[in-house]
Write a protein that binds this ligand. Sequence first.
Ligand SMILES: [Zn+2]
Ligand SMILES: [Zn+2]
Length: 455
Amino acid sequence: MRRRLAAAVLLAAGLGASAAPAGAAAADLPDATVKARQHVFGLANVAADGSLPRGKVLLSWITVSTFAAALDGHVVLLDGYVHKVEDRPNYVPTTAREVEALRPEAVFIGHGHFDHAKYAGRIAARTGAVVVGTPEHCAGARAEAGAAADRVRCAATVPEGAPVGARAHRIDVLGDGVEVSALKHVHSAAEAPDGEQHESVLGHGPLPDLPSLLLHPPGPSVLPGLDPSGDEGGTMLYRFRIGAFSLVWHDSSGPLRERGAKVVEALKAMPPTDVQVGAVLGFGELTNGVRDPVDYLVALRPKVFVPNHHDFITEYGTGRAFEPAVKAELAKRGPSSTEFRWLADPRDYLKTERLTFDLASDRWLDASDAPRLQLTRRCAGGRLRVELRGDVDAVRDVRFTLGRRQVARDTAAPFRQTIARPALSRSASRRLRAVVDLREGRGERTVPARSRPRC
Ligand SMILES: [Zn+2]
Ligand SMILES: [Zn+2]
């Protein structure tokens, strides 16, 4: 009972669990874990004790939208599914058992459909990995773990039933070095054709009968008591920030034009994205081609784009038709400098070479990374109204100062304060500044007012 209560509190607080992460105790890892990590991440990337390198991000494509990731040494799973559900390596060169043996610290759930979340509960129960997702995803993982449900620890991102556009600015699961945030977005869906003649994979190449396959939703859901045609328990996009490097992963791409105006705003307001790993296959293909995946790409403008989900239901390499379609659709939207690192199944399963990113690379440093901020001021009845404007999404704390004296503080947008006359008269200095603490460990910035306050 006590344990359940603790788990509930943990969930409600949206905080990570307190048990030692698997990655922290590399010296104690069993042989099976060392071997699994060598197979999934590549022999050269894994130390003799099973630890993964600091200073790098490695992604290993398991299947569909599931990746094993090593984030500056932290081993995690993005989704928890292994396609074909076989008990020995075959077309898919790994198994659920081997993925479980990786001993991830956390399993991030994009959404609850079986082809994304099927093994999350089992992996969490057996390894102690924290399930990160919506409360609905957590409930699904616990249901899936069956008798071991009590052992599934969860970190909630947004409240149950949260609206599309809801955000979790800081999910504390991987310590200070890896900042994690999340955005509730939209599952793929077929809206009516918008008449803009978007690029499509339909009718190109040796595809299976895509429309008929897509019309049968990728259910059943792993969520109990919900419509098996696929209530996914919310669809989450995750952003990982390690130093100057940022990674965005999403396992579905929904019709944002019809259902996600707030999502578009949020994506555009995010600090620049270095690597985006995005779903390119979805129900929207039926009516508006690859419009929706490309809308995500255009909003995020990543330096590198990596596709996912194009191996299911279009497998045996037929998903390669998505590459020219996505590129042509992107080209219609204007110039783009995004580099594509296309993946083909089964060739690129478990291949980390093309998905290895050096955190120290100059490529991730970007002058445009600095948020544009402006401090405005005006007088009203002898009092001073100050406001920090611009890319305030990147801000988590603002101290307004006159000279060396702090006159006001704000920890949530809008960063707008009124400073009363006594505070103004106490300060000999008339230099008004905002000392801004940026999110995601990007440090402190001082934003001066353009003119001196006189009231
Ligand atoms: Zn789905
Ligand atoms: Zn799916």
